[in-house]
Design a protein around this ligand. Structure first.
Ligand code: SAM
Length: 311
């Protein structure tokens, strides 16, 4: 049995915790020099693939700052524990007003500890910023949020990922995906997990059809290999982009069901079939499944839709 996945201290929409095993299997299929993630988000995938060298990038500067501080030993488990004990007690007493005070403080002068606190006490653990780049998720209405066991869980997560990062040669950068992909080399394996068009639109997540098409073109021109995550279908429709961009014998499609827990409304919590698209074959057993799935997908009679997918 596989060990449970390493869980990062940050939660974000579209987190791929349940896909890490499958992505790890694909990553292990061939050797690569460096793992490149232009949309690293919570970093759960890299943390579980555990590549020796990696470039982990995201447009969200707050995520990148937090990981850089953990890497430099500035944000330690002990520091996080002391901070969450103190702020947790203030939350218990002050509730909503304390939460909004921390939110305001973070929006004036961003800090990783405040970011962690907000991420863990906001409504449904969503990560959302307004057009001016200000964190705007309301209070989660859990004044007792930072109980001792919960703080221990978070500090253990920081400890484990700090150990994982220090054992590897990883670089964290705040960058647009175009910049990250421009630096890709032939020995790299790129794992791209972009936002899904039309969903969770915010300051760091405005994803358009143009972005989608540009990403597709850049991936096709890469000198090395890639794995692309996208949505495949849900009970209502299938993703027309897959057929438009990736219905080509050079590319390989795998599908897996994935249930999203992080979301503010019920319609963000529907089960959905995730797709992994690669530009390399993925092993005999997988290929067999893949061929059937690919055929089933392209022969599907479900209406195709390029409109925003409920997730
Ligand atoms: C679906 S999430 C990635 C989730 C990640 N794989 C995980 O498991 O946590 C997409 C990420 O893309 C980032 N992003 C959105 N637009 C971007 C852009 N133009 N360039 C780089 N990153 C971007 C968002 O900040 C978000 O963290």
């Amino acid at each position: 049995m596989n060990p449970p996945p390493l869980i990062p201290p940050l939660k974000c929409q579209g987190i791929k915790t349940r896909l890490t095993g499958e992505i790890q299997r694909l990553a292990q299929a061939r050797e690569f020099d460096r793992w490149v993630e232009p949309f690293c988000g919570s970093c759960v995938v890299a943390l579980n693939v555990q590549p020796k060298r990696a470039l982990l990038a995201d447009s969200n500067v707050h995520i990148i700052r937090l990981y850089q501080e953990i890497q430099r030993g500035e944000l330690t488990p002990a520091l996080a524990k002391a901070f969450l004990v103190e702020e947790g007690e203030r939350l218990r007493i002050g509730g909503e007003s304390h939460y909004y005070g921390v939110r305001e403080r973070f929006n004036i002068r961003p800090s990783s500890l405040d970011f962690l606190f907000l991420n863990r006490s906001c409504f449904n653990g969503v990560m959302r910023f307004n057009r001016r780049g200000k964190f705007n998720v309301p209070y989660g209405h859990k004044p007792e949020r930072f109980a001792q066991a919960y703080i221990t869980k978070i500090t253990n997560q920081i400890r484990r990922i700090s150990e994982a990062i220090s054992a590897c040669d990883w670089t964290f950068v705040a960058a647009d995906f175009r910049q990250t992909l421009a630096s890709a080399q032939s020995g790299d394996l790129v794992y791209a997990d972009p936002p899904y068009a039309g969903r969770h639109v915010d300051y760091f997540n405005s994803w358009s059809e143009t972005d989608e098409a540009e990403l597709g073109d850049l991936l096709k021109q890469l000198p090395g290999r890639f794995i692309l995550s996208t949505w495949h279908s849900n009970e209502f429709r299938t993703n027309a982009t897959i057929e438009r961009h990736w219905n080509d014998p050079r590319f390989h499609l795998l599908t897996r069901e994935h249930f999203y827990h992080v979301g503010s409304t019920e319609d963000l919590r529907h089960p959905m079939v995730e797709a992994l698209i690669t530009n390399f074959p993925v092993g005999p057993q997988a290929e067999e499944v893949e061929a059937k799935e690919q055929m089933a997908f392209f022969e599907t009679t479900a209406p195709h839709d390029s409109a925003p997918a409920p997730r």
